[in-house]
Design a protein around this ligand. Structure first.
Ligand code: RIB
Length: 289
């Protein structure tokens, strides 16, 4: 089973702030750092640092070579990433004293992914291979269509959530990775019950912040509490969770193990600053199982 991730690459500009800027306010930040980020990039790095093989698809701008470099150093197959003479995607991230963030996204070259690129990217994909997607790249509907024609499993992290997601053929998603807000927007107030009724062939992995996470499908439910740690920066915690969970599934491990592994890895990510640099390697920790 091969893993393909068609996902965003962003340059993250992280500003430390006392509180998030409100409408009409001008706020000074006394510290700014630049990190490699983007949900796609973070998830591929998490997959690879967890020990999985992942082929990444993305379009990069002239200013983003370091993004490709950190992916390659982490073991991600970057040979299909295309570079154009335009601006890469970027994120302006405000980081407060409690490690919480507020993110403004500029799509840049992430929004230039088209049918031709997706067809080339997935040319050798086949039945049961995993296609991981988030909502930071263009033409997701085309990616869904091509994945269906190849009988791939779609793993979808509908983040950042917007209404365009409702127009996708969502019953094709085999693995959903949502937080509470996304889950409620997609499946309604009784999200877990509604999910199993409306998507009987799919699996929901719901992250609930400090309340841990839940796995649900028609047959089973698993709950996993968080591994407590000192939180300095929550950026990329969800991405670490997604990458680690998929790596365990691709290895044929059980759901309970995948949840523990992903939760432990995400707890390490929140204890470090930045997006990609904060994602742990699998040999940095152990879990009780
Ligand atoms: O999930 C975290 C990521 O969201 C950041 O790295 C930022 O680039 C945004 O895409």
């Amino acid at each position: 089973m091969k893993i393909y991730n068609l996902g965003s690459l962003n340059i993250d500009y992280v500003y430390n702030v006392d509180h998030f800027v409100s409408a009409g306010e001008t706020l000074a930040s006394d510290n700014m750092q630049t990190f490699a980020g983007g949900k796609g990039l973070n998830q591929s790095i998490a997959l690879s640092r967890a020990g999985a093989k992942v082929i990444h698809g993305a379009i990069l701008g002239r200013d983003g070579e370091f993004l490709k470099q950190i992916m390659s150093e982490s073991g991600v197959d970057v040979s299909r990433i295309k570079t154009l003479n335009q601006s890469s995607g970027h994120a302006i991230i405000q980081l407060d004293k409690n490690g919480q963030n507020s993110i403004l996204l500029y799509g840049g070259t992430n929004r230039l992914i088209d049918r031709e690129y997706i067809e080339q990217f997935l040319f050798d994909a086949g039945e049961n291979d995993i296609l991981l997607l988030q909502n930071e790249t263009s033409n997701l509907a085309v990616a869904f269509e091509i994945a269906a024609s190849k009988k791939m499993q779609i793993a979808f992290n509908p983040s950042p959530f917007d209404n365009s997601i409702q127009n996708l053929p969502l019953s094709q998603v085999k693995w959903w990775f949502c937080n509470e807000i996304e889950g409620e927007a997609l499946f309604g107030e009784n999200m877990v019950e509604n999910f199993t009724q409306n998507y009987p062939d799919s699996n929901l992995i719901l992250t609930l912040g400090d309340k841990g996470c839940v796995f649900k499908n028609c047959d089973i439910t698993f709950k996993q509490p968080i591994y407590k740690t000192r939180v300095v920066d929550t950026t990329a915690a969800g991405d670490t969770f997604t990458g680690y969970f998929i790596s365990a599934i691709a290895e044929g491990r059980g759901i309970d193990y995948a949840l523990k592994l992903a939760s432990k890895a995400a707890s390490i990510t929140v204890s470090r600053f930045g997006a990609a640099p904060s994602i742990p390697y699998i040999n940095e920790f152990t879990i009780d199982n």
